[in-house]
Ligand binder design. Sequence first.
Ligand SMILES: Nc1ncnc2c1ncn2[C@@H]1O[C@H](COP(=O)(O)OP(=O)(O)OP(=O)(O)O)[C@@H](O)[C@H]1O
Length: 437
Amino acid sequence: MVGHLLGAGAFGSVYAALRAEPEPGLPGRAALKVLPTGTRTPRQLRHLRELAERETEVLRRVRTPRLIRLYEVLMVDDPGRPELDGATVLVLEEAAGSLDTLLADGVPRTGPALLAQVCEGLDQLHRAGWVHGDLKPGNVLLMADGTARLGDFNMAAELEGTHAYSPAFATPDYTPPDLLWSEVGERGTKIRPTADIWAFGVLAHVVLTGALPLPGGTPAARRDAALRYARGEEELRLSPELPEHWRDIVRDCLARRHEDRAAHTAASLLRRAEAAAAERVPAASPPAPPAPRVPPPPRRRRALIAAGTAALAGLGALWASGLFHLGDTAGASGYDRCWRGAVCFFSEEDGRGEMCSWVDGGADWIEGPAPCPWTARSAPRSVFNNGFDLTEGASKVDVVYFGRAAQQGLLGCVKVGTRTDLSGTVRPRSHAWVPNC
Ligand SMILES: Nc1ncnc2c1ncn2[C@@H]1O[C@H](COP(=O)(O)OP(=O)(O)OP(=O)(O)O)[C@@H](O)[C@H]1O
């Protein structure tokens, strides 16, 4: 089932999706990142293919907890729809949102902890020999349990010795000064892990103060400020809002020269960021800081969303192939959030609170490929079996749930069509679809 638009970037549109046919080892719920290739010139097409390949390559090879997971890659093969023919669809672990949207509400209370998690992601990526190349709030994905994972690896580049080559597309406000004017060779821009270290410094400043570290009301003015700073004509003036124990971290990440930033690895920053995050556990969200605020997303975003929606309409071929059906739960509340075909468990009574849903079996809710993290802390308080029934051709319609992974330790069963409160005294860890309770 392809649902609502989750987000759109410069290259791809991302949709919520539910798997129609259960597939062993794959979750029922996912995010589909569609990288369309139609209506482009051959040169643009080559670029888009290269970006898709970068993302696929890094996510296939680096499977670490702080990177969004890639489940599979699909190609649209439909000459009847030239706008989509050859499009790459990445089936990704679904996030609940991105840091971008969280920041729209002001400085987040959870900012320090999220920054430590971002740093952990960078450390995992760098250790695996890759540079992200485009770290920014929109590429920090927030999971349903509130933790962060790195996403969007279009610009990622594998290190060849001390450096890597990335396409010259990075976001200027997060790009170190030495790369803003660097040459773009045949293989792209030469980047090093210190590019991510700089971007992390900018991100930390934005997350903790709501403002970019370099002054200027426009990207061009901020680029000039970066140049003056890099030349030593100007000092770095960090916001007074920046908490004391983060100042040195941000200052080290934003060192003028690559050589100075190279003294700090993601691993060493992670240790410092974790210590700084542990220092600050504020009781309430501080008020949003004054201007200059982070600039709003560029205008093209809206156009891209429209383009993405058009692409979705054309994706019928892929979904009609039996892989996904169309549907939408955007704006729904309570039990109505549960997708048709899925079984949903909720953290509160009457389908309220957090929800986890599956259209297939869940062999391990904690460590499996389709986890439900909040059930590690608290037992579900309600359930809705919104599965397909016998009249719709389904053979396994009821759901049994178990106390241990791999369908061990039977706890209970929910008949198809049932929505009910649970006692809250048992904590399921796996489930399976069966013909009859
Ligand atoms: N796995 C996911 N789950 C939920 N939402 C996602 C997921 N991946 C991406 N998104 C949403 O879609 C938006 C765009 O995704 P992404 O950044 O990967 O696309 P892009 O075209 O490569 O973007 P960019 O302009 O940053 O290069 C993200 O900011 C986020 O809001």
